[in-house]
Structure formats: structure tokens, C-alpha cells
Design a binder for this molecule. Sequence first.
Ligand SMILES: [Zn+2]
Length: 465
Amino acid sequence: MIGDALSAAARSGMDVILRGGTVVTMDAARRVLTADVHVRGNTIVQIGRVPMGRVQVGRVKAPSAAALVLDARGCAVMPGFVQTHVHLCQALFRGMADDLPLLEWLKQRIWPLEAAHDERSLYASARLGLAEMLRAGTTTILDMGTVNHHDAVFTAIAESGMRAFSGKAMMDTGAGVPRGLRETTKQSLAESDRLRARWHGAEDGRLGYAYAPRFILSCTEKLLRGAAAAAHATPGVLLHSHAAEHADERKAVRDALGKDDVSALAEYGVTGPRTVLAHGVQLRPGEMRSIARAGTRFAHCPSANMKLASGIADVVAMRDAGMLVGIGADGAPCNNRMDPFTELRQAALLAKVKRGDAGALKAEDALAMATIDGARVLGIDALTGSIELGKRADLAVVRLDALHAEPGGDATARIVYACTASDVKHVLVDGRVVVADGELRTLDADTVLSEARREGERVRRRAKL
Ligand SMILES: [Zn+2]
């Protein structure tokens, strides 16, 4: 029944009302209120009691009786999660690369698997990751692809309804890089430019391009400088890489270049407010201050850092130093979930462990990292990341009435410490209902799963693992 109403709503551009939830706005005042949220087109036009069937005083007209009303009673209505570092191309590799440290994990498993991708397996991988993340309330991602076939990832993102920055991985050097992933500097830049021209700003601005030199050990100085120049030349385009993840990786960079990865990257232009670097586990306080001065953004990936034994990033020190930090699940084979609730909880708890202080990174601050700060990291906080009039309707409705989340108390703390992905009831991206009553609307879960099983097996056989 809701399916018919949704189809009709989509056809007619009908308003959507999220009725009667606890709205955790994540606005500057961090307001939490009991209210309806009224969406017209892709925009939040009203937060408050929305009367039905009559004209309301004020600038916004009441919806017609035909508005699609989604029940949010007993639920939190929150901004959708912004995941600032994920790899859709690795979703098929879940369970194929476990219990290895970073460099072995890459060389023995991830690179051979990525090299074995074809267009079909990459498309299936992206769809699996997108389905998992949308279903769990993620509405925006920053994605790093693999070297080849990246149009398949963008096609899957476009169809899914997710808001995303994405880009192909760039790799023109490096020990242990298989031939299938090695490209020339020129090819890497040309293919990235082609993808940027085709996809940046597509889907009414929902898609953006992020140049993605993979990490310093797989990129020449020329490639890094070229990627930085290309990214900085186009408004809204991002630069996306990994840095300061594992001590062994840092040592390899120091041995090769005589300096640390973050300072080398900055020297080559991979720096500033349009640059997002994943991890930062190994950052020293002096580096944090210079990163904050440059405005370079970081993505914290707590589960991946634990699973690869990379360490615990000191996000409280980063934030105190003035750095802007978001949260991301990283990839399925190093996590093994792409669940924003898991990352939110791990980020909050690990910060307390790291600091030996139960008050370190309060629930509200952890939720900010997963929403509005994530939007700031990507430079799209004027559009998304909080529930405010005029912003895009990127929203997650999360049940607070499950056994593990009752019997009440602070809504923000319940989202951070108690709720799980299975509590997500409805999700909107850019005003479009992508999940209703727990069911994906833009992807067919059964088809996504059967494709993923078939293509996962095929890619593993091709990689001879
Ligand atoms: Zn990563």
C-alpha cells in the first residue's frame, strides 16, 4: 500500500510529511523538538505542526490532502548520515581479506581483487554497498573507486539516489601493485579528467567528482601534483586520499621521501579545504595544528583502524587543534560493515578510551561528526547535514522504540549509543524517498544480493584467491 502511494507521490512531485517524530536537527543550536518535517520537491520547507488540507498562515502553504505522510511517531527524525570515506568497489570483497595488517592486506588481497574487477562486478559491488548504506540511513558518501571501469560506479550511484562524491583511484607507481592497476601518469590524469567532465554536477548536482590519488606510496610526485592542480581548477571538485594510517606505511614513506606523508602531500598541493584525507591515526600534535591552519579535512574510520590494527586516531586532539573531521566506514573488507551506526558508536567510545575520559567526545559531538561536520568536510554544509528550512531533504527516520533503545531518555544519546542500522524506518535523499518502512525503494534488495553473490564469486576466481 505504501508502495502504491510512493509511486504516485514520485510521479506527481507530491509533498512529503514526516509526521510526529522527535526532530534532532543538528542545527547550530542543536535543537531537538517534537515536530513534523514538511518536504516540497527536494527541500525542507517547514519544521513544526503541519495542518492538513487547509492553507496555513505564513510563507509556506499547507500540503494538499494528497501529500504523502510517513509516520515518524516513536522515531527520531535526523539528518541522514554523511560518510566521508568509503570504497564501493570493495563491497564484493567482504570476508575475502581478513586478519591482515594494512600493507599485506592491500598487496595480498585488495589489489589483486580490484585488478580482477570488470564492469559487471564493479557495478554489482557498488550496488551492494549503496543498498547497505542507504538502508542504514546514509544519505551522502565520499567514495574512492578502483583504477578501471569507474563509470559503472557512477551509474550505480546515479540510479540508487545517493548523494555522492566519487572518483577513480589513481596509481602510477608502487611496490606490489599488480599490472592491472598500474597506469601511466598521463593515462591516470586523462581518465580522471574524462570522468570529472562526465559526472561532476550530474543528477541535478547530486553527484560530484573527487580526484583520488590512492596514497602516497602508489603515486608519483607528478601524479599528485597533477591531481591537485586538476581538482583545484574546478569549483566544487574534491581531492581524496589516505594518509597517516599505519606506522609501517608511514615508515615506508619516510624511508622513500625523507619526510612524512602529510607534509609531502601538502608540498605537492594535496592540501586545503577541498582535500579530504582518510585516517590520521599517526598524526602528531604539531602536524594537527598545521593541518588545521591549511584547512585540510580528515575522515575518521574507527572500525577499519581497529581491524587493520592501525591504531586509534586521536579525534579529540584533532578537533581541539581546529581540524574538521568526519566519519566513514571505509571498505567492506576492512570493517566488515558499512554501517554508519557502528562507526558513530565506535568513534564515540574509542575517543573515551584514547583519552581515558568518559566525557571525551560527547554524544552530540559524535553525531555532529557523522552529519553536519561530515557535510562541512565535503564543503556541502549549506545544502545538507542538518534539518533546517531551505536545506535539501536528506533525512533518516530512526525508530527509538526497540527493546535496545527504550525506555526513553535523551534522543541524541539513544541514536549514538543504542540504535542500530535495523532501526532505520524511512530515508529521503534530495527529497526522494529511498527507504520506506525499512524497504529499499530505488534498488531491489533481492536482485542486488543475487548479483553480488554471483559477481563476488566470479571476481574471486579471476583473482585466483
Ligand atoms: Zn580507504
